[in-house]
Structures are given as C-alpha cells and as structure tokens.
Design a protein around this ligand. Structure first.
Ligand code: GDP
Ligand code: CO
Length: 435
C-alpha cells in the first residue's frame, strides 16, 4: 500500500489526531523493493510492503458484529477479510421465531468448507459469556436478567475481551452489512498500514470512506459524508478548538464504524453503549489522556495516543436502515459529547440548538439520558473470564499466553465520576499547554 503521510496533526496534550491520509496505491509490491534509493526521496509518501501488512494481520483479530443481517452480505464480508486475520463474529441475531443465529452458524459451517479461515462465532446472549463477565468482575454490560445487554457496543466489548484471550495485538471492526467485499478487504489493508506506521503502542485508525453511492434523480451520485457524520464531526471539532483556541476541521471520522486499534489502547479506554461507542472513542481518549482531567497512566502519557484517519478508495455501501436509525445514532453521538466533563457550557447550548433544529429533540426539551458508560477492560479478570469459557464451542481459539498475567483490579474510576463539578476544569478558552 502506498499512502501519503498526514499533512496536519492536531495535538491535545499527548493525544495526536492526524489528518485524513490518501491512499495512492492499494498494493505497492513486496518488501524487496523497499531498498530502492529513489523511494527515500519521496518522504511524503510511505510505502508499506505486502509482507509488512501481513505481519500486522497475523496479530490482528477482525470482529464482525451482526444482528439479523442478510446471509449473502455476511458471506461477502467474510470473503473480503484478508486470510491472516482471525475473524470473530459476534451475533445478537434473533433466536425466535426463526433462529437466525442457527442460520448464521449453518452458513458459516458451509462457507468454511470453501474458505480456509480462522473464524468463530459467539452469541451475545450466550449464558456462558454472561457468566464469564460475572466471574471476571465485569458485570457492567449485564442487564437485570443477568444477560449481556443488546447493542453493537456491548457486542464489541465482548469481542475485544475474546480477541485479547486469543492473544491478538490488534483488533479491527468490520460491519456485516457491507455490500462490497472489495471495500472490506481495503479497510483491513488500511488498518494494517496505519498500525504498522504507528509510533505509539496506543494507536487507533479510522476509515473516512471516500464516497457513498446514492441514487439521486435516477442516476448514481457519490456523496462525500453521511448525514449523521457531518454533525458529529463538527461538534467534536468545536470541542477540540474550545481547548486549543484554534478552529479545526481535523476530525472527519466521528462516527466511523470501520476502525481498528492496538489491544493496548482497546483495554485502556472506557466505552459507551450502542452506536455512541464510536464518537465516544475520541471523547474518552481526550478525557482520560488529554491532560485536562483525571490522572492517567504514565506509560500512555509518555508514549502518547495516535489517531489515524484513512480515506478509502472503494465506495461505501451498506444496508439502508432508515431515517429513524440515523436519527437515534446521531442523537446518541451528541449525547456523549454533551455529557462529557470536557464539554463547555457554550457547546452544550449549541448541541441542544442543533438537535432542536434537526427535530431530534423537541424545542426546550433537556438532553435525555439514554447512553450507558462502561469502564475500561483493565477491570476484567482475564484468567477468570477464560476459565468460564472452558466449555465454549470456541474455547480452542483462546490460546493467549496468560502465564505472566496479573490482574490489577484498577482502582481507576470512570472519568465522569472523578469530576465532581465543573470547577475542576480549566477555563475551556484557555489554551491547553502542550507537553
Ligand atoms: P450503521 O451501519 O452504523 O448505520 O449501523 P448498522 O445498523 O448497520 O450496524 C452496524 C453493524 O452492527 C451491523 O453489522 C449490525 O448487524 C451490527 N449490530 C447492530 N446491532 C447489534 C447488536 O446489538 N449486537 C451485535 N453483535 N451487532 C449489532
Ligand atoms: Co450499516
């Protein structure tokens, strides 16, 4: 892959957010050629050889969350994931009246006769997983009935623990409703390219898809950004600039469902529920490590956190889930920004006005509390989680070497609990000191 280096970087304490990077060649050849001297002159472009991408993929789990999607779509998605990645399908599909999960398992069995992949499937409501959460001291994602809650985020959290137990160093997410296997393949290559280039062990890459095809007046139109994204990005950027004192448009992937990160980062951030999980990555990293609030871990602060945003070449086409879906997703995204202890009052006002204008809240209505927050996975006792899954159908995949693992029941509380009042915050208009 040949990729341009980021033109801009926005800093927020030790957090670096890199500008969108453009891909110039999807495949840039084998490693041997890396020695060509003329390559060195073109420093604005990085060439990442096929072997280097593969090295990363051998250490990467790709999680595919699925809820009642068409099996044909899933089949395409699985076909697109590069061979070296371990695939974890986490399903919350209906079991009644039609057992859609069983259909998924059958389809997977059938497909695996033809495709050679390391792959397993787990159901989010499997009592074994709920038991594992209990045993491991991570009951936060369980509901009153003791089952894992529904929601994409909850599925992602479970699969992050599973990926850790499989011994993976990186974790990437690919939605199961993507129409183009070629796009899926490209996203994983881009995850690998960015994580290969990362200088910090705490890194995340997010896809800014190039375009989204739509039919407008009976011809194809390639829209640049989704409807919800524009608003989320704008507000996230306003939040950044209220601390740095400079206007910015750096964040272009506020709602990116397609993203990957190092396991070190995945274990060290808090999560929020449902579809708010993606914008909350930015918020939580800024809260925990931005240096404004909280007492973050020394190693993360020293190495810094790097966000990469890569513009994919394939158009992005997924299932149309309707207006209501986009609305609730957008409202949840706004809610996590609004609730952040970092969010200054003037931005809260702007968020409310924006929601009123778009009809997502009634005029004068307060921000409803719909989003839940989950603490970082350092709270999970991984040994106990693994023990509880000894009889799971996928137990053979959980082969991480835990011989040196020590559970430190992190005393760290959620960032929002540590801030008792706004008084703990510096004046948001004061420029943040860059360490
Ligand atoms: P959008 O693409 O962000 O508009 O949202 P989608 O509704 O397409 O959801 C993204 C992905 O998450 C899809 O692959 C869904 O099948 C999957 N998904 C949605 N809800 C859940 C859930 O409760 N649990 C799991 N495991 N996956 C879910
Ligand atoms: Co979708």
């Amino acid at each position: 892959m040949r990729i341009e280096i980021p033109r801009e970087v926005e800093r927020f304490g030790p957090v670096q957010i890199h500008d969108v990077q453009k891909v110039w060649e999807l495949d840039a050849g084998l490693k041997l050629k890396e020695l060509e001297p003329k390559e060195k002159e073109r420093r604005v472009i990085t060439r990442i050889s096929y072997e280097s991408l593969q090295d990363i993929q051998e250490q990467m789990a790709i999680v595919v969350p699925i809820k009642d999607e068409k099996i044909k779509l899933l089949e395409g998605v699985l076909a697109g994931i590069p061979h070296e990645c371990l695939v974890i399908l986490v399903s919350n599909s209906k079991r009644e009246p039609v057992d859609r999960y069983k259909i998924e398992m059958d389809a997977l069995n059938h497909m695996s006769k033809f495709m050679k992949k390391d792959i397993f499937i787990a159901h989010q409501k499997d009592p074994l997983l709920a038991q594992a959460c209990k045993d491991a001291g991570y009951e936060y994602i369980l509901d009153d009935k003791g089952e894992v809650r529904s929601g994409k985020a909850e599925g992602m959290i479970l699969s992050t623990i599973l990926a850790y137990l499989c011994g993976k160093k990186y974790i990437g997410f690919i939605d199961s409703d993507n129409y183009f296997p070629g796009a899926v393949y490209e996203y994983v290559q881009e995850y690998s390219a960015a994580l290969y280039s990362a200088k910090s062990d705490y890194s995340m890459v997010r896809i800014a898809w190039h375009s989204k095809p739509k039919i407008v007046e009976s011809s194809l139109f390639f829209a640049k950004r989704g409807r919800a994204s524009e608003h989320t990005n704008k507000v996230l950027n306003m939040l950044m600039s209220s601390y740095t004192g400079y206007g910015t448009e750096i964040i272009k992937t506020g709602n990116a469902g397609e993203h990957a990160m190092s396991m070190d980062l995945a274990l060290n951030i808090d999560y929020s529920s449902g579809y708010s999980i993606e914008p909350y990555h930015y918020i939580n990293v800024l809260e925990r490590f931005g240096g404004v609030i909280d007492s973050p871990s020394a190693d993360v602060m020293k190495q810094g956190i790097q966000f990469f945003q890569i513009e994919s070449r394939n158009p992005h086409l997924h299932e149309v889930k309707g207006d209501e879906h986009v609305k609730s997703m957008s409202r949840e995204a706004m809610e996590v920004i609004y609730r952040s202890p970092l969010c200054p009052d003037h931005l809260k006002q702007e968020i409310l006005i924006d929601l009123y204008n778009r009809g997502l809240l009634k005029e004068g209505e307060e921000m409803p509390e719909t989003v839940r927050y989950y603490p970082a996975l350092t709270k999970v006792n991984m040994l106990k989680f693994k023990q509880a899954l000894a009889k799971a159908s996928f137990a053979e995949f959980l082969k991480a070497d835990l011989s040196k693992y020590k559970h430190k029941n992190g005393k760290k509380k959620l960032a929002r609990e540590t801030v008792k009042s706004k008084d703990h915050l510096p004046d948001p208009h004061e420029q943040l000191e860059i360490k």
